[in-house]
Design a protein around this ligand. Structure first.
Ligand SMILES: [Zn+2]
Length: 175
């Protein structure tokens, strides 16, 4: 019987070796440390996030002027999300987990910017407008900036820890 080419099933995830699992844990710990201490900036990764962020403003601005301010955040989430879905389709376990880690790291990055909406201490790139001061003001929730930032940071933690737990379960299921 001939079968048509389909995407792999759940059982066909690529194997997770102890090295892959260790690599994830090391990367996650490094990212958690860098995003929760000192400058809260992950070298290279946050530079890439910033590039996608800055590209997102004019990109979404093409659709509507009112979207311009959201475009930065949407832009920096779009790429890790696309990568997460793509590796999920391919059942590439380790790449999938690393992209969930990247997505979670993005949420840490965004939460730092959100929490700055009222105090505005961060150095800004671009036209000097603070995205989250503008967004939270539009929504009438500016006073809640640090609370909302806390929820976004918590979601980041869930992604980072969740992907690690999932990798662990896939590793142990094979042994
Ligand atoms: Zn921006």
């Amino acid at each position: 019987m001939e079968s048509s080419r389909q995407s792999p099933t759940d059982d066909e995830w690529t194997p997770v070796t102890v090295w892959g699992l260790s690599g994830y844990v090391a990367a996650a710990l490094l990212i958690l440390w860098q995003t929760h201490s000192g400058e809260r900036w992950v070298f290279l990764l946050d530079n890439a996030n910033l590039a996608f962020h800055e590209a997102g403003h004019p990109l979404f601005g093409q659709l509507s002027d009112r979207l311009t301010v959201y475009g930065g955040t949407l832009g920096q989430l779009m790429f890790p999300l696309a990568a997460v879905f793509s590796f999920h389709r391919q059942r590439a376990a380790l790449s999938f987990a690393f992209c969930v880690l990247w997505l979670g790291e993005n949420l840490f990055n965004i939460s730092v910017y959100m929490a700055d909406a009222r105090v505005q201490l961060l150095p800004l790139v671009g036209n000097g407008e603070h995205d989250w001061t503008e967004i939270f003001s539009r929504w009438g929730v500016l006073d809640w900036d640090t609370g909302i930032a806390g929820l976004v940071r918590m979601a980041g933690w869930m992604l980072v820890v969740g992907a690690g737990g999932w990798l662990w379960s896939r590793h142990t299921a094979e042994h």
